[in-house]
Ligand binder design. Structure first.
Ligand code: LLP
Length: 430
């Protein structure tokens, strides 16, 4: 491991210009040393807080095969939430045995595929899934975990809160569904290894994850006394937030793991349980390891009450970063060209929508078409949530390897790929 790399990933002007010229913009850029360093730091922090731990990488955050291969090389399990994500892990050389299969509505074919691949763990999300698993189960190496809804309401955007009782995810502890699920799974001879919860994402306050973990620990203790069942694994999910802007103040991972584990462990100790504890972060592992480069295009100013507003349009938009539109997410935007005078501007994409990416951000007063902008902290939930809206080709991704040398890990989508699924039925073309 070379000298530690600063977080979040940022490029200097010559590097940004070189990459933009070679690969075009918008361009996602990722750092391999930073990703490895972030995984190692998370693991060390977790391990310092608890003796038996397991770290998974939530591949939905960024499923680039290169990242999956690196996470696997760093001994992470891979959380997959669909057959497609499982196929991605397999294509990256991750053995199915190292994958954990999530989903609130896995269909029978996806489950059959996962079992055929000898997936490591299936996380059963609801009673019908447990019934289905018991009906098809044959002795095999796959473990089953139960996803529980611990009934906690995290402080985050409502669209990424999942731990509350009123959620499509997991078996509610409070209404007895979790206990009923465990009874059915045990009666059906499923190899239930333990319990899982994931309460929400981009959490800057750890209270929800801690309360969720406590809920799981209490449930595990009560199942030991009520059913004589001993949980071997408890997974506390992901969710730790990152600082996308200077206003975000997430806990550092060491403090987070210490606080999370301390309260969960107390309950487990009192109940005489020593399970392996797992965590399953996505954003906290990869978010700061990636940035997006854009090129400035049209610039215009409009009169608004009390002054003028400047719109700076870039060559991407909600197709490469839907998070501002979906969750009101904010980011820092940095011009690659230093300037003495700064002025506020609204950075927009080029979609046929208002497509405001970054409202009211400071940019050089003399910003001009052709300038490069970098947006740090876009490693998570940007590439993996990108789309072809307005027939924009999805951007390329470049991975900066251990000595900083660039490697293309996803090329820009071609026009042929864009139209590959289309079929014009006979007689329609005039
Ligand atoms: N485990 C499970 C079961 C999950 O559902 C998720 C995220 C994670 C782990 C990882 O969570 P993280 O550590 O990344 O917060 N698209 C949204 C985020 C959705 C997260 C969904 N589940 C966004 O852009 O903010």
């Amino acid at each position: 491991m070379p000298t530690p790399v600063d977080t979040p990933l940022r490029l200097d002007f010559p590097t940004a210009e070189r990459l933009a010229t070679q690969y075009g913009t918008p361009l996602y850029v990722l750092s391999e040393p930073l990703f490895r360093q972030t995984i190692r730091r998370y693991k060390a922090a977790f391990q310092a807080a608890y003796p038996k731990t397991e770290l998974s990488y939530a591949s939905k955050a960024n499923g680039s095969l290169a990242l999956l291969a690196i996470a696997h090389d760093e001994d992470c399990l891979i959380d997959v939430a669909s057959e497609g994500e499982l196929r991605g892990a397999l294509a990256a050389g991750v053995p199915a045995a190292r994958c954990v299969f999530h989903g609130n509505n896995k269909d029978v074919l996806e489950i059959a595929f996962a079992l055929e691949c000898k997936i490591g763990t299936i996380v059963a999300d609801n009673l019908p899934e447990i019934d289905h698993l018991t009906s098809i189960w044959r002795p095999c190496s796959t473990k089953v975990m139960l996803r529980l809804a611990p009934g906690v309401d995290p402080i985050t955007h409502e669209k990424i809160a999942t731990g509350q009782e009123d959620s499509k995810f997991g078996l509610n502890i409070s209404d007895g569904a979790a206990e009923e699920g465990l009874r059915r799974a045990l009666a059906g001879s499923l190899p239930v290894a333990g319990f899982h919860c994931h309460v929400g994402s981009q959490l800057l306050n750890p209270e929800a994850q801690i309360a969720g973990g406590e809920g799981l620990a209490k449930f595990a203790v009560s199942m030991k006394s009520r059913l004589g069942y001993t949980a071997e694994f408890i997974n506390l999910g992901g969710g730790l937030g990152i600082a996308c802007t200077e206003h975000d103040r997430p806990l550092d991972v060491e403090t987070y793991c210490e606080k999370l584990v301390a309260r969960v462990k107390r309950i487990l100790d009192e109940g005489g349980l020593q399970p392996i504890l797992g965590q399953e972060p996505g954003r906290a592992l990869v978010g700061e390891c990636g940035l997006t480069l854009y090129t400035v295009g049209a610039i215009k100013e409009v009169p608004v009450t009390g002054g003028r507003r400047r719109y700076v349009s870039v060559d991407g938009g909600l197709s490469d970063n839907p998070r501002p539109a979906l969750y009101g997410a904010e980011y820092r935007v940095e011009s690659m060209r230093p300037s003495a005078e700064m002025a506020r501007a609204t950075v927009c994409g080029k979609h046929c929508e208002s497509d405001e990416l970054f409202p009211n951000v400071p940019l050089p007063a003399d910003i001009a078409a052709g300038d490069l902008l970098q947006v740090p902290c876009t490693g998570a939930y940007n590439s993996s949530m990108s789309s072809n809206y307005n027939r924009f080709p999805r951007p390329a991704t470049v991975l900066l390897r251990m000595q900083g040398e660039p490697a293309l890990v996803q090329r820009r989508e071609s026009w042929a790929e864009m139209f590959a699924r289309e079929n014009l039925p006979d007689g329609l073309r005039r």
